[in-house]
Design a binder for this molecule. Structure first.
Ligand SMILES: CC(C)(COP(=O)(O)OP(=O)(O)OC[C@H]1O[C@@H](n2cnc3c(N)ncnc32)[C@H](O)[C@@H]1OP(=O)(O)O)[C@@H](O)C(=O)NCCC(=O)NCCS
Length: 163
């Protein structure tokens, strides 16, 4: 890991998929997407946008957004453990929300495990609120929170801050 320089944020390419999948298995041992899932996502260029963080040639994080108007969905967001807690997740989520707005989505939606306070804290700090709790949604019977960020509210908050 490097504390000395910024990691590179760029669009995900097909060549990244094996590294992304390896990281996915490390970070989500119970719920990892199969490699074919990522391949399918990346192939849907009209609705999906995926990014990776790269450091010294190694994929250290990734995120994806699906926009089917009027809804944008955060498909995934994840960082290698060595790169967590450094503000990179916040930067990545900002990019997802910004992209959703640029594509004219009205709401950004996501699902998160109920037992993931770090991710929930990040989402709440952006203004996401829980609109549903799906009982036993994940393997092992863990509940999912369905969270929503109305982009009008987001723009309103930004305007207030800039006033
Ligand atoms: C969730 C994740 C993407 C957050 O990214 P990150 O780079 O670690 O987070 P950041 O350093 O950008 O911190 C962003 C915010 O998260 C929240 N946060 C961070 N650590 C937290 C903790 N231990 N408890 C509660 N909230 C926390 C805070 O709101 C923090 O903002 P602040 O630093 O201004 O207080 C990252 O930790 C990760 O990849 N975790 C494993 C995979 C995962 O759970 N993905 C989400 C699936 S829904």
């Amino acid at each position: 890991m490097s504390e000395q320089h910024e990691v590179l944020l760029r669009r995900m390419q097909p060549d990244d998929l094996q590294a992304v999948h390896d990281l996915e298995q490390q970070l989500f041992p119970e719920d990892a997407w199969p490699l074919a899932g990522f391949e399918s996502e990346l192939a849907q260029r009209d609705t999906r946008t995926y990014w990776v963080y790269e450091d010294a040639g190694r994929v250290v994080g990734y995120a994806g957004l699906c926009v089917v108007l009027p809804i944008a969905d955060v498909q995934t967001i994840a960082l290698h453990p060595d790169y967590q807690g450094r503000g990179l997740g916040r930067k990545l989520l900002s990019l997802l929300v910004q992209t959703a707005g640029e594509k004219n989505a009205l709401d950004v939606m996501l699902e998160v495990r109920f037992d993931n306070p770090t991710a929930i804290g990040l989402y709440e700090s952006f203004g996401f609120t829980t609109i549903h709790r799906r009982k036993g949604y994940y393997k092992g019977g863990v509940d999912a929170l369905i969270m929503r960020l109305p982009l009008d509210a987001q723009h309103g908050q930004e305007e207030e801050r800039n006033a």
